[in-house]
Design a protein around this ligand. Structure first.
Ligand code: NAP
Length: 297
């Protein structure tokens, strides 16, 4: 069996087109959705990510501003600017580009963002809301995965899901979101004994470990849905995921490629979260952050 490829670029394009219409509705209502991106230092990868985000905002009709600090900026300076952004009615979403320089306490900065503007969903209040099933802003990467499953009409309720990787930004929130959708979920991590005995159980396998070729053909059940979140740069310059794509696509029913899979969805869901923040701020009704409303849009 050769798997169907879930094309992240195609789905991202559709979601953005749907949400562009919501931006137009907001503008007609007198609100221009606005995102502020705070970046400290000159990490080249962070600069590329920030450029992608601001470009995507422009294409969707969202006003964006980049708030830049030099690498030696003090924590107090950045906190003060975040407080100003919290108070600015033109700013509906705030994100702090990670990683931050070592002298800055990342958790302290994330906690300083107003929970109503925390479009990355990393503030502890939003993390707790997600676990309690009352999501405010779902973290963008797992939200993107959920959206891809929805758009591909892949059932989630009652499915066995194995999430490989237990980070705060991907693995853990992914598991919470899929549990909310009535999947049976297990998370594996670096100390999991015999990873294959878990992965083989998966109807849906979500891999976010950051290890090229971690998942090989024999580790995947025939007909499984395989979502590869990993992004790894090989010594020869190629960009690959965590899954041995060529081998696994012969067994899976659906698979995401790298690049062109989950990546384009992450930025798209940031736009969605920002638009929802603007909808809330302008008193419009926001259905609570399922992706079912995305698929129906
Ligand atoms: P992370 O913080 O390094 O977390 C990786 C997780 O994988 C950890 O929980 C780690 O376990 C686990 N792990 C590592 N090796 C493993 C193994 N051999 N077996 C099972 N679990 C293993 O990374 P992250 O931020 O979640 O990102 C994961 C990958 O996704 C990276 O390649 C990253 O570039 C990519 N990513 C992609 C997007 C996108 O938009 N496509 C967005 C975010 C991240 P321990 O905690 O026990 O060490």
């Amino acid at each position: 069996m050769a798997a169907k490829i879930i094309d992240g670029n195609v789905i991202a394009h559709k979601v953005r087109a749907d949400w562009r219409a919501k931006v137009d509705a907001l503008r007609a209502h007198g609100t221009e959705p606005g995102l502020a991106v705070v970046i400290v230092g000159d990490n080249p990868a962070s600069r590329v990510y920030v450029r992608h985000k601001t470009k995507a905002c422009a294409e969707t009709g969202i006003r964006s501003e980049v708030v830049e600090f030099p690498a030696n900026a003090s924590e107090a300076e950045v906190l003060e600017r975040i407080a100003q952004l919290n108070a600015d009615p033109k700013v509906h979403g705030i994100l702090v580009q990670l990683p931050l320089p070592a002298h800055i306490d990342t958790r302290k900065l994330l906690e300083a963002i107003d929970v109503r503007k925390d479009v990355d969903g990393f503030n502890l209040y939003n993390v707790g809301s997600l676990v309690a099933g009352e999501t405010i802003f779902p973290p963008c990467t797992p939200y993107g995965v959920l959206c891809m499953l929805e758009y591909s009409n892949i059932p989630i309720a009652g499915q066995n899901v194995i999430v490989v990787g237990a980070s705060n930004i991907v693995g853990k929130p992914m598991a919470s979101m899929l549990m909310k959708r009535d999947a049976t979920v297990a998370i594996t991590h670096i100390k999991t004994r015999d990873l294959a005995q878990w992965t083989i159980l998966a109807d849906i396998l979500v891999v976010a470990a950051g290890k090229p070729n971690l998942i090989t053909g024999p580790m995947v059940r025939t007909g499984a849905v395989v979502i590869d979140v990993g992004i790894n740069r090989l010594p020869d310059g190629r960009l690959v995921g965590d899954v041995d794509f060529e081998a696994v696509k012969e067994k899976a029913s659906y698979i995401t490629p790298v690049p062109g899979g989950v990546g384009p969805m992450t930025v798209t869901m940031l736009l969605v979260n920002t638009i929802k923040a603007a909808q809330r701020a302008s008193g419009l009704d926001v259905s609570d952050l399922d992706t079912r409303d995305l698929a129906a849009a």
